[in-house]
Design a protein around this ligand. Structure first.
Ligand code: ADP
Ligand code: ZN
Ligand code: ZN
Length: 662
């Protein structure tokens, strides 16, 4: 049957499709890219439906259909439609994010003929025999091949989670199906890529992340689309790879905040992956040492199945974790005598230590004690951070830089000081105290490019550093065999942060960074400097008891009415003037009250905590409900009204569903 009208999704910020006329198309063309006139120019869109009639008059004639490329499959279209609906984001923009840039411009890399589907047999070289818990985890997931089932694989770093993923991928490939594996930051985990490639020499493994060249990204996308790719390994973006023979999804470090995109389409790749597993009827494994409280909650309620790996596969012992009470001690450059002594011992034994401070720069602020002047960013509601290494003040939110002034800009006082402590200052203090030690700072300043980062990693691996000073960059996924001590300084602030997710993040960060020590034959020790040594969070860390911590957090969240016990949506607005943003939200709130169903509550518009960034002022409005369907239904009606609401020209707004940051 031939149709005369096409519905096309285009990359424009409007929540609608665009109709065009054609001479003849068939159902086969749904999912194909097409060139269409738009405004005075031309755009490439995706055909999402065919029709006989249109509610719009004077339709334009569509251009060429790009038939050299296989059509995007129906399940991929359904996936993007789900994201558009769930996150209230225009479908064309969702697709523009999901498609590689070259395809979006209509440029097609040479597409090879699809090879016949191959059953990949592995040479199976001397693989380690699985530990009993690993074996039962593999068996439990494999029993659900071919249908939807969600698993939480909970196991400390080094407990052999990756080995479980690899065995499951092996079985998936043996059935002639594709595996999708999502990881938080591929730039930080090239080891995983090579581990996967080495394990499956006969399989076609493609990476998908934003750091790749455009050509490589398109080739991977097309290989996935035409079914040649066996394994797709990537960051959150990879969740949109079309996979016609998908058999398994793995999300490693599922708690990691980088699975949530913080701009444009604010999607959670983990949540989208769960939806996709359901839609494609395949099992999904969410792995972590410190699962997100949402996932842990689902595992407790039976919605996900819990698989536990309770001990490390190689190192026999977990590192010992101990708090150092700093209340009665005068610290030396922020460090206690116990920590300094422990560092001394490691130096004497030529083992490595890591001092963890999650704040880069020299000091968080420069201030004048005479008049109270502090280094503020002129564009943000934030302080300029002192970077002594290059004699700059720098804003960590907008990148603004200034030279460090010689005297106070307020009163001319020459005696102005950096206050507080960042990694550079710690590095300086350690160098003064241990003049013979080789000290290496690892943060986003010293590892500003992948090349520098690789060089730093090599220096550490080759044992050419004695003391590492680092931020959370060092926390993830690296094995440093000679590292036996981790000192944590400056962590207390997160215990009492206004953000209700701060303790969850702190726990997982400290667990991860602590997991860097004692990974091989040498036992590890973690020393946490704190003024709150009896805080339940630290006590749970000392006991390596994630469930205890998680259950107490869930108790607090339930009492306070926070996620996962409610579902939340934020409407944010930003403008040159905070008043404009607030005024917009007030009107939006009035509209919302007209539509508000039973069981959905609405708060008042408020300025964001960091209310000014890059000279834009920001405010937000929260709606929440215990019922996701009720919230979703309300949201759809509300957002369609927001598109019609008048706003000053410089105002931008967006919706954030299941927001992580407030
Ligand atoms: P995780 O992903 O939980 O951090 P990995 O799968 O990377 O753990 O395993 C940690 C280390 O233990 C790796 O060097 C791995 O090769 C090894 N390992 C995993 N499972 C086993 C096993 N059953 N027997 C021996 N070594 C194992
Ligand atoms: Zn002054
Ligand atoms: Zn700034």
């Amino acid at each position: 049957m031939n149709f005369r009208i096409l519905r096309v999704a285009l990359d424009v910020p409007l929540p609608r499709l665009f109709d065009y006329t054609v001479d003849a198309v068939t159902q086969e063309d749904v999912g194909r890219c097409i060139r269409v006139p738009f405004g005075n120019g031309e755009k490439i869109g995706v055909i999402v439906a065919l029709a006989d009639t249109s509610e719009h008059a004077k339709l334009k004639q569509a251009g060429e259909i790009l038939r050299a490329l296989p059509a995007l499959p129906a399940d991929w279209l359904a996936l993007t439609e789900f994201c558009s609906r769930y996150y209230q984001h225009p479908l064309g923009e969702v697709m523009a994010l999901a498609l590689p840039p070259q395809l979006r411009r209509g440029k097609l890399p040479a597409v090879r003929k699809a090879k016949p589907i191959q059953v990949i047999e592995q040479a199976a070289p001397q693989l380690p025999e699985l530990l009993p818990e690993q074996a039962s985890a593999v068996a439990a997931v494999a029993a659900d091949f071919g249908r939807y089932a969600a698993f939480l694989l909970h196991g400390v770093t080094g407990s052999g989670k990756t080995e479980v993923y690899l065995r499951l991928i092996e079985q998936t490939l043996a059935q002639g199906r594709q595996a999708l594996m999502l990881v938080p930051e591929i730039a930080l985990t090239p080891q995983l890529e090579s581990r996967v490639a080495a394990r499956f020499p006969n399989a076609l493994v493609f990476s998908a992340h934003s750091g790749m060249t455009e050509g490589a990204r398109s080739r991977g996308f097309i290989a996935a689309l035409d079914g040649r790719a066996d394994i797709v390994l990537g960051t959150r973006l990879a969740v949109f790879s079309p996979l016609p023979r998908l058999g398994l999804i793995v999300v490693d470090e599922e708690h990691d905040a980088s699975f949530k995109q913080q701009e444009g389409l604010r999607y959670s790749a983990r949540d989208v992956a769960v939806w996709r597993a359901h839609q494609c009827a395949v099992p999904i494994v969410l792995g972590s040492a410190t699962p997100s409280l949402e996932t842990f909650f689902h595992a407790g309620s039976g919605r996900y199945r819990l698989l536990e790996l309770s001990r490390r596969a190689v190192a026999l012992e977990m590192p010992t974790v101990r708090c150092i009470d700093t209340r009665r001690e005068k610290l030396q450059d922020g460090m206690s005598s116990a920590l300094l002594a422990a560092l001394e011992v490691r130096l004497a034994r030529s083992e490595q230590s890591l001092v963890f401070l999650n704040r880069r720069g020299y000091a968080p602020v420069l201030a004048c004690p005479a008049c109270g002047w502090v280094s503020r960013c002129s564009r943000c509601a934030a302080n300029l951070v002192v970077h002594l290494a290059d004699r700059r003040l720098r804003c960590h939110h907008c990148g603004l830089e200034e030279i460090i002034p010689k005297h106070c800009p307020g009163c001319g006082n020459l005696d102005i000081h950096p206050f507080g402590r960042g990694t550079q200052r710690l590095e300086e203090a350690l160098a003064a105290r241990f003049p013979n030690a080789r000290i290496l700072r690892v943060d986003r300043d010293s590892a500003s490019t992948p090349k520098k980062w690789q060089a730093l990693l090599e220096t550490i691996h080759e044992g050419r550093a004695d003391i590492l000073v680092g931020t959370q960059m060092l926390a993830k996924g690296h094995d440093f065999p000679r590292l036996t001590l981790v000192g944590v300084v400056g962590a207390d602030a997160a215990l009492f942060a206004a953000d209700f997710r701060a303790p969850e993040r702190l726990f997982s960060q400290l667990m991860q960074v602590g997991g860097r020590s004692g990974r091989a034959a040498l036992p590890g020790e973690v020393l946490i400097q704190t003024e709150y040594p009896t805080h339940p969070l630290y006590q749970a860390l000392e006991a390596h008891d994630y469930p205890r911590f998680a259950n107490s957090q869930l108790g607090e969240r339930r009492a306070a009415g926070f996620p996962p016990f409610v579902f939340q949506v934020l409407l944010r607005a930003e403008a040159r003037q905070l008043d404009d943003a607030l005024a917009f939200l007030k009107v939006a709130a009035a509209t919302a009250r007209e539509l508000l169903p039973e069981g959905v509550s609405l708060y008042d518009p408020v300025p964001m905590r960091l209310y000014r960034v890059m000279a834009l002022e920001r405010a937000q409005l929260l709606a929440e409900s215990m019922s996701r369907p009720a919230l979703q239904a309300f949201l759809a009606r509300w957002v369609s009204r927001l598109y019609l609401q008048k706003a000053p020209r410089d105002l931008r707004w967006h919706i954030d569903v299941d927001p992580l940051e407030f």
